[in-house]
Design a protein around this ligand. Sequence first.
Ligand SMILES: Cc1cc2nc3c(=O)[nH]c(=O)nc-3n(C[C@H](O)[C@H](O)[C@H](O)COP(=O)(O)OP(=O)(O)OC[C@H]3O[C@@H](n4cnc5c(N)ncnc54)[C@H](O)[C@@H]3O)c2cc1C
Length: 415
Amino acid sequence: MQRYSFFSLARNALSYHEHWQRAWRSVPLQASYDIVIVGAGGHGLSTAYHLAKEHGVTSVAVIEKGWLGGGNTARNTHTIRANHLRDASIKFHDKSVKLYEDMTRELNYNILFSQRSMVDLVQSSSKLRDLRRRSMAMDLHGPTYNIVDMQEVHRLVPAMGDLKSVRLPPLAGVVHPQAAMARHDAIAWSYARSADERGVEIHQQTELTGFLRDADGRVTGVRTNRGDIRAGKVALATSGNTSHVAAMAGLRLPLVTRNLQAFVSMPIKPVVDVIVNCPDTGVYLMQSDKGELVIGGATDPIPSYRQGGNFQVFEEVVAAMLELFPRFKGLKMLRQWGGAIEFAHDASPIISATPVGGLYVSTGWWGGFKAIPVGGLTYAHLLATDQPHPLADQFGLERFDGLKFMIEVGLVSQR
Ligand SMILES: Cc1cc2nc3c(=O)[nH]c(=O)nc-3n(C[C@H](O)[C@H](O)[C@H](O)COP(=O)(O)OP(=O)(O)OC[C@H]3O[C@@H](n4cnc5c(N)ncnc54)[C@H](O)[C@@H]3O)c2cc1C
């Protein structure tokens, strides 16, 4: 594989960038593979990469109904963090942040990783209690989550108004220095390139339409719009569509799917250099390298597979943001989009074998961009060894049999 570097950039500039190698191959579809991964989003591609790298499993096809990285991986607001409550979640997401920190070097691809910290603005005493608890839990495992007073909050977020007439004035802030942003397309493209280099095949425009089963009901392959493919194992990584896809195998998963939207303002001079998050109102914002404010909020109140805007949510998010940042009132919105994200009933991920033999699932990624590196690492381990990775052994489907939920905090207000 061609190495990307300052020198290769300079060399290719001299030949008008006409001689770059293709980043990944386009090869004919084979009749069978050891593993077929369904969905070439960040999770499917990261899984393929780790299967090849750590386990030497290269008879792998990643099939994608659209183009790679074109699902929620293309639609998210790319915040990365590890400020969770449960031991298992903190360790899992902390590992992901560490993998992100090293990804540009490991995959030889500039992912534009920007570790700029997140400031949570706490607007109620109940939330402050809740976050204090989270801060203690995180302290046991490494990632930092420090409660700071309002003077420090104003120093970190000088763009905020004076807040005298605000309905819910912030009481304190909580700072999470490990929080970061990274270029979302680069995550998909870098994993695709490195997986391809190791022999994995990526087949775009290849939609799973059903499953091949043997007499015992075990999944032995997939039906696609380009023909049948036999597989030793089939691994779903179809965020936003998993309930629907699993139903084709007669499997009902404890998931709810909802539309989540985000929007972007016109570009302005640098005014915010941290990620600002308001857990009480659900609003968050950050400024992109291009100067646009990237703004997000809560999901639609009702389940659906929609991928678009919702004016009621938009209005609520903007109203809550303008209370704290009245100077953003004159900003014009440039674009807005949405994606269908899916939540497990306890808001924790599911990385698991299923009751259907030969079929595996990685889902529950309502904030799953941050978990792409560790999600792929642990899913690959499960697929290669049939044993859960120690970092994901709490995320099996069996936890829903006996109400052994792993209720994670961020989501509870959204259900
Ligand atoms: C507006 C918005 C903002 C977000 N912000 C953040 C954030 O700031 N931080 C964060 O951590 N997360 C965020 N998320 C969530 C994040 O985007 C997802 O959790 C993450 O992208 C999931 O990655 P994935 O690889 O599982 O899914 P995807 O990237 O959606 O990949 C799944 C792929 O499966 C394919 N597929 C589906 N069905 C089939 C089929 N039948 N056959 C073949 N292929 C199929 C799809 O086409 C898709 O490409 C946000 C999501 C949205 C919508």
